[in-house]
Design a protein around this ligand. Structure first.
Ligand code: NAI
Length: 246
């Protein structure tokens, strides 16, 4: 088992990529915290992990709100006594062209994707520093590297996540904590289900591997960066996109 007895918080673990990560981490022996705003999905994922025989809990959190994040981390420490791995996976889209993007669309996406990643990391890091060990894994996107039509807000957050990852790799590396990011291409989840089919077909065609990604493709990348053997990988942005260039 590649994560035996490691405590992993996975934000947005109630569905999609996060849920797949939670299942894989549980299979690899981790104690998994499913931290999600959505109660139904979060509870279901935690119950499914428990049914696999894993130690798992659901904790409701709104990553955009500092108090909610602090309460979530306190619950995790009370339950498991430590946090080894943080997967900053929760994220949203609210698409519009630059001309039509409302202030609310901008603020909301920044709050969840960018500030949420900051909030969760800042809350867990003191515990990781005390333990002298940690893995921070952020979720960027192919869109953060190349930009995308209608996603000014989202692209800004996903490029920003890369900036934070690089900064944390420098600040936290000396303390035994690595910080890396995964940059997924287009993955079949409810997030991309909102996109027009012709756009998804175009992305499939553009990707040299000629397919869209599956949540398990990204869960596997999370695992690679989360395991102990990855201790010399720090400040890396792992593109998992089938070779897609936008
Ligand atoms: P999804 O929409 O299927 O699931 C997102 C999960 O995050 C949901 O369970 C939702 O309840 C939770 N969530 C949303 N806002 C939250 C908040 N404020 N606090 C706590 N939880 C919250 O999304 P998907 O596709 O699984 O994406 C996961 C991550 O991967 C996101 O960061 C996304 O931006 C990123 N990504 C996804 C791609 C895709 O093609 N699906 C491509 C590139 C990146």
């Amino acid at each position: 088992m590649r994560l035996k007895d490691r405590v992993a918080i996975i934000t947005g673990g109630g569905r999609g990529i996060g849920r797949e990560g939670a299942i894989l981490f549980a299979r690899e022996g981790a104690k998994v915290v499913v931290a999600d705003f959505d109660v139904e999905g979060g509870k279901q994922t935690a119950a499914d992990l428990q049914a696999m025989g894993a130690e798992a809990i659901y904790v409701q959190v709104n990553v955009a709100e500092r108090a909610s994040v602090n309460a979530m981390v306190e619950t995790v420490i009370a339950q498991f006594g430590k946090v080894d791995i943080l997967i900053n996976n929760a994220g949203i889209t609210m698409d519009a062209t630059l001309a039509k993007m409302s202030e609310e669309q901008w603020d909301r996406v920044i709050a969840v994707n960018l500030k949420g990643t900051f909030n969760c990391t800042q809350a867990v890091v003191p515990h990781m520093v005390a333990a002298g060990y940690g893995r921070i894994i952020n979720t960027s996107s192919v869109v953060g590297r190349f930009g995308n039509f209608g996603q000014t807000n989202y692209a800004a957050t996903k490029a920003g996540v890369i900036g934070m990852t690089l900064t944390w790799s420098k600040e936290l590396g000396p303390k035994g904590i690595t910080a890396n990011a995964v940059a997924p291409g287009f993955i079949l989840t409810e997030m991309t289900a909102k996109m027009p089919e012709k756009v998804l077909d175009m992305m499939k065609e553009k990707a040299p591997v000629k397919r869209l990604g599956l949540p398990s493709d990204i869960a596997n990348a999370y695992l690679i960066l989360a395991e102990e053997a990855a201790s010399f990988m720090n400040g890396h942005v792992l593109a998992v996109d089938g070779g897609l260039v936008l």
